[in-house]
Design a protein around this ligand. Structure first.
Ligand SMILES: [Zn+2]
Length: 485
């Protein structure tokens, strides 16, 4: 890499991120040890917003009714460039960083097991670098930095889009950790609808007078059987999975209330809606069979994620300039040992940027940024802060997330993100090309939110679980604050 040949704006942001590598790591590590579940990312959002505010961004908190959501703005006028990412952890995934075996930080506690902690570090640091370049070189435009709570439950961004937060946005950038330094374009993720199905009946003593009861748990069980039969007739890419949130209190009291949480997925928004509609019919049938009543509460509903070719090309140019971090022998050895422990291909860390190939194949998971990606052209910066091949939502997915691998990967991610923003601010033709390719990509599909117009965010989600673990987790919080110089 010959940095001296770079445009001065580009060298500036690359140097800025390099110089502030410690602050990047502090954000990532802090969010790692907060380990906060979706909708309860209080400390994480506080750190991110305070850091951006200190830097001169004006911060709106609690947007669209999300207590841990925010929009931080800098600058004015066109182009309007949005950045957005998630910072939530998962239940039961507390994993000590730097260990190659399963080891809890807090017994049975929540923890990061993918790397959303690094996503936060990359977005905040990349945004600050871009903002400094705007000031230094007089670049015109607006940066909007969105904090998106509850990604693991696919919650917040469809609300943001529905409520108009992206109406004035020209292009959007999402950053996500992985084992690769890469970007893609095309349809990447599936659409999903997830909902609580609550059956309500009547209690009775299960031994002395079971005939007096209307058993809500029977409703849940029969819905499960109905869905199992329906699976045979789903299209090959459709998915349906569930957990029972409430199956009653004790065996001698027939439950008057039982709740099952289903997620339905398909490659298209229309497909996900179709599976959901069939799920509703099955639930109604189960209620009818058990003389119970059914209430259905939509938790989230997202479009499939698509990323834009025009933006992928700009991101790829920056990935190639930044290059994969120089890994030490120790880092390579750690990665390989972790891969062996996780029973995946032991190939160590990637040493080359992945080339941009044609449209990618769509995969089964979902991400709530799907709605953003049908509203405006969206690009994804994939940065190498985790060990390749490790399974996410598994202890091995958390083992590298506060190590130097995560730190160096996040620096590479923040440089790429900031470099991409600087390109888009300096060259209107790139924004134009993103919009043109986007128009061709979505064709005649008309975006309409899948979430109901009056749907409110589930603000109490995970509250109880998080409160149980906060006290022991607090002992591990990082004391330092990120300082950008
Ligand atoms: Zn993720």
């Amino acid at each position: 890499m010959a940095e001296s040949n770079l445009a001065p704006e580009k060298s500036f942001v690359f140097d800025f991120v390099e110089r502030n590598a410690e602050a990047v790591a502090t954000i990532g590590d802090s969010v790692f040890y907060f380990g906060e579940l979706g909708m309860q990312e209080v400390e994480s959002a506080k750190l991110m917003t305070e850091t951006l505010e200190k830097e001169g961004f004006s911060v709106e908190r609690g947007i669209s009714g999300f207590p841990t959501g925010f929009c931080a703005t800098f600058g004015s006028g066109a182009p309007v460039i949005a950045m957005h990412t998630e910072y939530d952890a998962n239940p039961n995934n507390s994993q000590a960083s730097g260990e190659t075996e399963q080891k809890n930080i807090t017994a049975y506690g929540p923890g990061h097991c993918e790397g959303h902690n690094c996503n936060a570090a990359v977005m905040v640091s990349g945004a600050i670098a871009a903002k400094r370049a705007m000031e230094n070189f007089g670049l015109k435009g607006t940066l909007k930095v969105f904090g998106a709570p509850g990604e693991e439950q696919l919650i917040s961004r469809p609300y943001y889009v529905r409520d108009g937060w992206f109406d004035d946005v020209d292009v959007a950038l999402h950053d996500h950790i992985g084992g690769d330094m890469s970007t893609v374009y095309g349809l990447t993720h599936a659409a999903a609808v997830s909902a609580y199905f609550t059956f309500r009946g009547e209690t009775a003593h299960a031994s002395t007078a079971p005939w007096r009861a209307r058993d809500a748990l029977d409703g849940v069980v029969l819905m499960d059987m109905g869905m199992a039969q329906f699976r045979e007739h789903m299209e090959p890419d459709m998915r349906a999975h569930r957990v029972i949130k409430d199956g009653g209190d004790q065996p001698n009291t027939i439950p008057a209330k039982a709740t099952v949480w289903w997620t339905f997925r398909a490659p298209t928004a229309e497909g996900a809606r179709k599976v959901f509609e069939q799920g509703k019919k099955i639930a109604e049938g189960a209620a009818m069979m058990t003389n119970t009543e059914i209430e259905i509460e939509v938790m989230s509903a997202v479009w499939p994620v698509r990323t834009n070719q025009g933006l992928a090309e700009v991101i790829q140019g920056n990935l190639d300039l930044v290059g994969v971090p120089e890994w030490t022998d120790d880092e390579q050895a750690f990665a390989e040992k972790l891969q062996i422990a996780a029973d995946v291909t032991p190939e160590g860390l990637k040493t080359e940027v992945k080339p941009l190939l044609g449209p990618t194949a769509q995969r089964a998971p979902s991400n709530d940024c799907g709605d953003v990606s049908w509203k405006v052209p969206m690009g994804r910066v994939g940065f190498p802060g985790n060990v390749p091949n490790v399974p996410f939502h598994h202890w091995a997915g958390g083992a590298a997330l506060a190590t130097t691998i995560a730190h160096k990967g996040s620096v590479a991610g923040a440089k790429t993100l900031a470099g991409t923003v600087v390109d888009l601010l300096s060259n209107p033709a790139l924004v134009k090309r993103a919009k043109e390719t986007f128009a061709a990509e979505i064709g005649d599909v008309v975006y309409k939110p899948l979430i109901p117009a009056d749907q409110k965010p589930p603000v109490d989600l995970n509250r109880e679980m998080m409160e149980t673990f906060r006290k022991p987790m607090r002992e591990h919080y990082i004391k330092e604050k990120p300082e950008f110089v």
